[in-house]
Design a protein around this ligand. Structure first.
Ligand code: PLP
Length: 344
């Protein structure tokens, strides 16, 4: 039995055309886009062509997109860059944000947790989709604050709507693109200062652009419509999986049930069971899944994404996340639930 991968929300395999594009670009488009000679100009042309294509897909202006290496980097540049202009006023932040977003907020004078919305709040941070539970969130209706949207998990799985936002981040390696390419979108005119000096990306992100990864991301973006359609079809498979496992009456609970969710994500609470142990047993049986915990310096910390939904720390240690790939088949899901039935 080949191994089965149910951890798309961590990283999804790149589309084969993406792998080919990155491979070709590493052989042909290796020149530095900042160089002024003909090779550099060709690289610059390819870079700007990819930027225009991605901007058109997102419905934003090409000049508002900054190429970064990861969504983590994009969030750091964005939040730290806003901080020098706005950081003495409060930020209103969704408590279930990813640590990539919470970490750069540490130096703000005050962070209020949504739904608290201080009158003088400078920025509102609300992820589009939670990485653990898959729950989808709307942007709070605020007008006079910089509205930040983390679309790292939503991109490629559900349509992304940037109306009502001023800045957003996108990650390539979760939507069929390569690692090493991500996007920061900032509406022009934001009160933002450069934190990573360098001539590239209109002085907004120093460092030579990773052109092969960016061109690979461009190919993945071209495939977005079919990826979205594949994801829409996954909801039925995911729902059937959840109906099966909850029918056993073994205390398994679907986290986020009844909320709009990412169609590929099933976050299950195996009350009284050890999530890490269960994950390790599934791994031995040939299934890659994820616990709701993050490993920090050797100690396992239960996910705040789960505890902010009102679950206890013990419950958070009993959670597994199953995130399906666009091409996941029903027989693969059946193999998964049969393994779970043996192990729980
Ligand atoms: N934001 C969310 C919601 C995520 O799930 C992740 C990664 O899991 C990130 C940001 C960071 O993305 P990257 O791996 O591109 O740094």
């Amino acid at each position: 039995m080949p191994r089965l991968y149910f951890d798309a929300n961590a990283s999804a395999p790149p589309n084969p055309e993406v792998v080919e594009a990155v491979h070709r670009a590493m052989a042909e488009d290796w020149a530095n886009p900042t160089s002024t000679h003909r090779e550099g100009q060709r690289a610059r042309f390819r870079l700007e062509e990819a930027r225009r294509e991605m901007a058109a897909s997102l419905g934003v202006a090409p000049g508002e997109l900054v190429f970064c290496a990861s969504a983590t980097e994009a969030l750091h540049l964005l939040i730290r860059g806003l901080q020098s202009a706005l950081g003495d006023r409060p930020a209103a932040v969704f408590p279930g944000e990813h640590s990539a977003c919470l970490n750069p907020l540490r130096d703000w004078a005050r962070v209020a947790w949504l739904p608290e919305l201080p009158a003088d709040c400078a920025t509102v941070v609300q992820m589009a989709a939670n990485n653990e539970s898959g729950i989808l969130y709307d942007m709070p209706a605020v007008l006079d604050a910089v509205r930040i949207r983390d679309c790292a998990q939503a991109w490629g799985k559900v349509p992304v709507d940037l109306s009502g936002c001023d800045a957003a981040v996108f990650s390539g390696h979760k939507m069929g693109g390569p690692r090493g390419a991500a996007l920061l979108w900032m509406r022009s005119g934001l009160p933002w200062d450069t934190v990573m000096e360098g001539p590239q990306e209109r002085r907004r992100r120093g460092g030579t652009e990773d052109l092969p990864a960016i061109l690979g991301l461009g190919v993945a973006v071209r495939h977005l419509p079919e990826r979205l359609a594949q994801h829409a079809a996954l909801a039925q498979l995911r729902d059937a999986f959840e109906t099966e496992v909850t029918s056993w009456n073994r205390g398994i609970e679907v986290i986020g049930k009844g909320h709009p969710r990412l169609p590929n994500t099933s976050c299950l609470l195996f009350r009284g069971k050890n999530g890490e142990g269960l994950q390790a047993s599934l791994d031995l049986d040939g299934f890659a899944v994820s616990t709701g915990s993050a490993c920090h310096s050797g100690s396992v910390k239960p996910s705040h994404a789960i505890t902010t939904l009102g679950y206890s720390l013990d419950d958070a240690r009993s959670v597994l996340r199953f995130s399906l790939l666009p091409e996941t088949r029903s027989d693969e899901v059946e193999a998964l639930w049969r393994a779970l039935k043996r192990l729980t």
